[in-house]
Structures are given as C-alpha cells and as structure tokens.
Design a protein around this ligand. Structure first.
Ligand code: GDP
Ligand code: MN
Length: 399
C-alpha cells in the first residue's frame, strides 16, 4: 500500500528522523492557516506548496511550488488543489490533486550550499536482505543515475537477522563525503530511518532528496513509502492511512469481494483461477491478437458469487470486447463454475460481449454441457489453443 508524503513524514518523525515540517490542507484557506501556523512554529517566511498524490516527479510536473508570502500561498494552493497533475509516474491522464502539503522552505533564502542526497531502503529478494541505496546525486531521477552513472549509487546490504550495524550507517555517511556534525547527523538519520522501515513492515522507503543545510542539519524533504499489505493487519494505525481516492475504482471494488484484480488497457476481459494460469491466459490472449483488459484471479474456491462479482467488474470496463473465462477445476468442480457462469449471466442480464469459457479438470465435460445447453451466447472450449482461436474469431466479428 502506498501512502502520501505527509503521512510518510509523520511516520519518520515518530522515529526521530528529521523532516521538512509541513501541514496538510484541502482548501486554499486551510493552506493559508497552515502557513501561518508553520511560521509561528518554525520561523519560516517562505513556504513550499506540494501536491499530495501517490506518484513521484511532482516537482517537474508543476506540483511543487515556492510561495514567498501568504497571498502566494493562497494563489498557488488554489492552482494545485483540483488540478490534474501529470508526471512520468501517473500516465498521460494524470492524477487529480485533493490535498496539498504546506511545508516550510528549507532551502534557506541565500543558502549557498544546500546539498541534496538520495537514500532508499528496499528488499533485495535475490539476496534475501534489505538493501540501503545511497547516492550523492539527490533530487535527480534515480533511474537516470542508475542508467548513466551506476557507480554513483552506493549499496549496503543489511542482514535481517542482525539488523543495521553502526559501521554500516557510518559507511553510508562516508559515501556521501560528509564529516563533522553533518556526518553524525547522517548516521543518526540512516539509523532511525532503517528502524522505521523495519518496524512498519515497509517494502520500500525512498527519500529523495535528503537535504544537508548550510548549518549541517540533515532532513527528509520528500518521502515515498510503500507498506507491505500482508502486514497491515498488525498496524491498524498505518492501515488507516489508505487513501482510496488514489486507487483505481475497479480495483477498490475488487478488493471488497476479495478478488485479485489489476486493470489493464486491452480489450479482452479475463477471469481465471490461479495467478500462474492468469498470466498464461494473458499470454495466450496476446498470441491470438487481443490485448488483456485486466488480470483477474478469482482464487481457488470460485463459486457463483465470485464469478458474478468478477463478471460485473469486467463489464464495467468500456474497452472490453470479449471475455475469456479460463478455469482449472482442481479444488473447485467445473460443473459448479459452469452453473455459476450461467447464473451470473442471467442475473446481470444485458451482457453485450461474447464470452468464451474454457473449463478443464474435475467434471470438465459436465461443465461444457451445462454451458452448451444454457442457450446463452457463451462459447465453450476445451483446449487453451481452441479458446484462443475463439477469442480471435469473436474479436474479428466485432471489429
Ligand atoms: P517530487 O518531485 O515528487 O520528487 O517532489 P519533492 O518533494 O522531491 O520536491 C521536488 C523538488 O522541489 C525538490 O527536489 C526540491 O528541489 C524542491 N523543493 C522541495 N522543498 C523545497 C523547499 O523547501 N524550498 C525550495 N526552494 N525548493 C524545494
Ligand atoms: Mn522527490
């Protein structure tokens, strides 16, 4: 689960990680109030107004702007709230901004030597260890640094059984070329950051930039945090940070029915049991000239209700021109799924798109018979290749 920058900073503060202070606002008026309070608390006169969306690259897209007085705070907050912000991570349609973070300007006016660094922590699955990535090229697109100057990314692996050792935190501070007070501050920063990462069961922390001010303070200017969904049950407070406005509405609906659904851009809706079979089905759709409209794993115990919920989801996507149902009857019996399909079809009523059903495994023949005798516009197939051919045929018909 992704969270917003302001929520990530709240977590960091709890662990003693210094951050660029800020207050979240949903209207220009609230933004002005926030700015006044920040001036009282931090002494800052200038503020940065930062769009809160679940995507990076906001600065380049016009979602991060400096305000030098309260009028500008109001004006800029008014521009950013409600805008459709497009960044390299949002896709061309962008994301609507509902909130801004009004933050203290930490690049002090006249500060000749603010230095930006990059720090992230994530799980290296191949090594079975967490890895801290550090770079002096902060504020930049890290993918670009990785491509053009990979030697500028320093990596330190952390054995989860032992945890982050003092010497490792110092190695990172050395890699940044720091000394004196800033060195000590960075060691503390990295140590607390790592503790926050482990305690929250995160799968990624990315702080870009980490800032060193001219008076040698180290602080997080940005914060991108991804939490492990499977661990949220033991972090009720973090689970509440979920912002469903940031998620695809169809995916939100799917999660309510316990369906594993990912929306894609193609024209063939697919409903499959098992993630591996779902991937194979998407491949076969592509091979037959279609493009999958979604990934949908209805799980091992598919019944009439799950099949119907899956159907409804797929049908809400206007791009869908055909549906391929591919079920392997292992735990679930094919006749039961077939009955589920027929029942769902009747319940939903007006289904405009052709449906190809491939049932294999326990009671497959019985399942195919139920489909064929239902009198509905459903085609049954036995082999995967045959199913793909039928998808091709129906797509050619609608084209
Ligand atoms: P991102 O573009 O989504 O990664 O958002 P960031 O939070 O990283 O902000 C983008 C850029 O805005 C940073 O790299 C900084 O250069 C700039 N920025 C952020 N905070 C401040 C600030 O307090 N003062 C000034 N002058 N610039 C800032
Ligand atoms: Mn950033």
């Amino acid at each position: 689960m992704n969270i917003h920058e302001y929520q990530a900073k709240d977590i960091l503060k709890r662990y003693g990680v210094r951050v660029q202070e800020g207050i979240v606002a949903e209207t220009p008026e609230q933004a002005v109030e926030a700015a006044k309070r920040l001036t009282e608390e931090t002494g800052t006169g200038w503020h940065v107004i930062k769009a809160q969306i679940h995507a990076g690259g906001r600065g380049k897209g016009g979602g991060v702007k400096l305000a030098k007085n309260l009028e500008q705070v109001k004006e800029i907050a008014g521009q950013i709230i409600g805008m459709q912000l497009v960044t390299h991570q949002t896709g061309p349609e962008g994301k609507k901004v509902h909130k801004v973070l009004v933050a203290q300007d930490v690049y002090y006016p006249g500060d000749s030597e603010p230095k930006e660094y990059y720090l992230s922590i994530l799980l290296d699955r191949a090594k079975g260890m967490n890895v801290i990535m550090a770079s002096t090229e902060g504020g930049m697109d890290i993918e670009e640094v990785a491509e053009h100057t990979p030697d500028k990314i320093f990596k330190e692996w952390i054995d989860p059984a032992v945890g982050l050792q003092g010497f490792q935190a110092r190695k990172i501070a050395f890699a940044f070329g720091l000394e004196g007070e800033a060195f000590k501050e960075m060691v503390k920063f990295v140590t607390n950051l790592y503790k926050a990462y482990v305690d929250t069961d995160a799968s990624m922390f990315e702080i870009n930039p980490v800032l060193k001010t001219s008076d040698n303070k180290i602080l997080a200017v940005d914060g991108k945090v991804d939490l492990d969904d499977n661990a949220l049950f033991r972090h009720k407070d973090l689970a509440e940070m979920r912002d469903i406005l940031e998620e695809d509405p169809l995916e939100v609906e799917a999660s309510k029915s316990n369906l594993n659904y990912v929306k894609l851009d193609g024209n063939v809706g697919c409903m499959v049991n098992g993630a591996g079979l779902a991937m194979a089905t998407m491949d076969i759709i592509k091979l037959s000239g279609g493009e999958p409209a979604n990934f949908l794993d209805v799980g091992g115990g598919a019944n009439a209700q799950t099949v119907e919920a899956g159907f409804r989801l797929i049908l809400q996507d206007p791009n869908v021109k055909a549906i391929l149902i591919n079920i392997f009857g292992g735990i679930v019996r094919c006749d039961r799924v077939a009955n589920g399909v027929v029942e769902a079809y009747k319940n939903i009523g007006d289904i405009r798109v052709p449906i190809i059903v491939r049932l294999q495994g326990t009671n497959a023949e019985e399942g195919a018979r139920i489909i064929d005798e239902s009198g509905l516009k459903v085609y049954s197939a036995v082999a995967l290749k045959e199913a793909a051919q039928k998808v091709k045929d129906v797509l050619a018909e609608v084209a």
